[in-house]
Design a binder for this molecule. Structure first.
Ligand code: AMP
Ligand code: MG
Length: 368
C-alpha cells in the first residue's frame, strides 16, 4: 500500500514538471513572438541612397518596432515630397519652376531647414550655397548626367549669374521668394544630414536612447553601443571609388553627436588634362572644386550642420576651412588629403584631438 502511494506521488511530480516545462516553453515562445531582439538593426534604400538604423537595449514590442519602421518610412517620404528635385510635384520643384517674385508657400520643416541653410551660407561666406543647382547641372552632376564637353567660360559665368543665396528669401510664415529670375534650390549638401536628424527625433520619440542612424554616410550616434561604449564610426580613406568602409584611416568614437563627410573620391570626373573635378562646386568661381583626393569630416551636435559644413569646408580647403571651424563652438573637423601611393595626411581643427576620441589607423587598417 505504502509503496503504491510513493509510486503515485512520483508520477504526480513527473506530470507536474512536464506541464510546467510546457507552460514555460509556451510563455517563452509568446515572449519572443511579442518582443523582437533587444538590439534590432535594419537597412534600406531611400532618397537615392542607403540608410541603416541600429537600436540598443530596445524594449519595443514587435508592433512597436513596426510602428517605428513605418514612422521612419514616413519621414523619408515627407522629405522626398517636399525637397526632392527628382520629383516634379515636390515643393522644391514647384519653387524652382516659379517665376521671379512669386510667393511659394512651403511647410514649416522645409522653411526651417532653408533658414538653417542660409545661416550656414552666411557663416561660410557663401562656400555653401543652396542655389548652386544650375552649376551642378551645367557640370554634369545633376539630373541630366554627364556632358560630353566641359562648359565654356562664357556659359559658366552666365549660369553663375543665376545663382546666389542672397537672392532668396524665406518669410516668417514659410513663404519662399526668388529675387532673381531662374534661381533654383538644391538641398543635396544638407538634406541627408537633415533627414538623419529627423530620424533621430522619431527614434527618441519611441523611447530609445541608444541608437545609431546613418543615411548615405552621414551619421548620428546617440548614447552607447551594445558593448556599453560610445559608437565607433569609421573614417574612409579618400581612395578613388573605394566602397564605403573598405579602407579606413581612422575611427571616431561618438556619443550624442553627428559626423558627416564630403569628398571628391566617389563622385567626380577627370578633365582632359587629368584634373579631378568634384561634384562640389565653388559658388565663387562657378567651377567644380579641384583638389587632390580629399575627404573632410565634420563633427557637430546635429547632422544637418555637420553635412552642410563638410561641403563648405571642401570648397574652402584646409587652411580657410579649419580657421572657420575654430570659430564655431562645438564643431570639429578632420581633413584627410592624399599624398603619394596610399599615404594620406591629416589636418584637424584645433580642438579636434582634445574633444573627439579619434583612433588613427595605419595603411593596413591597424591601430597605430
Ligand atoms: P555633399 O555630398 O553633402 O558634399 O553634397 C554635394 C551635393 O551638394 C552636390 O551633389 C550638389 O548637389 C550640391 N552642391 C555642390 N556644391 C555645393 C555647394 N558649394 N554648396 C551647396 N551645395 C552644393
Ligand atoms: Mg554635405
Amino acid at each position: 500500500m505504502y509503496v503504491r502511494m510513493k509510486k503515485r506521488n512520483w508520477l504526480v511530480w513527473v506530470c507536474l514538471i512536464v506541464v510546467l516545462a510546457a507552460f514555460w516553453g509556451w510563455r517563452e515562445r509568446k515572449f519572443i513572438e511579442r518582443y523582437p531582439p533587444e538590439n534590432p538593426a535594419w537597412n534600406g534604400e531611400a532618397l537615392g541612397t542607403f540608410y541603416s538604423v541600429k537600436l540598443v537595449g530596445s524594449r519595443l514590442t514587435n508592433e512597436g518596432l513596426e510602428r517605428l519602421k513605418t514612422a521612419i518610412d514616413a519621414e523619408f517620404e515627407a522629405v522626398e515630397r517636399s525637397m526632392s528635385v527628382f520629383r516634379e510635384d515636390s515643393d522644391i520643384s514647384i519653387f524652382n519652376r516659379a517665376p521671379v517674385n512669386a510667393s511659394v508657400p512651403v511647410d514649416k520643416e522645409f522653411a526651417g531647414l532653408l533658414k538653417r541653410a542660409l545661416e550656414i551660407s552666411d557663416m561660410t561666406g557663401g562656400a555653401f550655397d543652396p542655389t548652386v543647382g544650375p552649376l551642378v547641372e551645367l557640370w554634369g552632376f545633376g539630373r541630366d548626367g554627364r556632358h560630353a564637353h566641359t562648359p565654356t567660360d562664357e556659359r559658366i559665368q552666365a549660369v553663375r549669374g543665376k545663382t546666389g543665396w542672397q537672392k532668396l528669401s524665406v518669410s516668417k510664415d514659410g513663404v519662399l521668394t526668388k529675387n532673381l529670375d531662374g534661381l533654383m534650390l538644391d538641398l543635396g549638401a544638407i538634406a541627408k544630414g537633415y533627414v538623419v536628424d529627423r530620424l533621430a527625433v522619431a527614434i527618441r520619440g519611441a523611447g530609445i536612447g541608444n541608437f545609431m542612424v546613418e543615411v548615405g554616410g552621414e551619421v548620428y550616434a546617440s548614447g552607447r553601443n551594445s558593448t556599453g561604449l560610445a559608437w565607433k564610426i569609421g573614417v574612409d580613406s579618400p581612395l578613388l571609388n573605394a566602397a564605403p568602409g573598405k579602407r579606413l584611416v581612422g575611427i571616431v568614437s561618438l556619443s550624442d553627436r553627428a559626423v558627416a563627410t564630403s569628398g571628391n573620391y566617389r563622385n567626380f570626373f577627370k578633365g582632359e588634362n587629368g584634373t579631378l573635378y568634384s561634384h562640389i562646386i565653388d559658388p565663387r568661381t562657378g567651377f567644380p572644386v579641384q583638389m587632390r583626393q580629399t575627404g573632410v569630416s565634420v563633427i557637430a551636435s546635429d547632422c544637418a550642420t555637420a553635412d552642410a559644413l563638410a561641403t563648405a569646408l571642401f570648397v574652402l580647403g584646409e587652411k580657410d576651412g579649419l580657421a572657420l571651424i575654430d570659430k564655431i563652438d562645438g564643431v570639429e573637423a578632420l581633413f584627410v588629403i592624399s599624398g603619394y601611393g596610399v599615404c594620406f595626411r591629416e589636418a584637424t581643427s584645433s580642438g579636434f584631438y582634445e574633444t573627439v576620441n579619434y583612433e588613427h589607423l595605419d595603411s593596413k587598417g591597424q591601430t597605430l
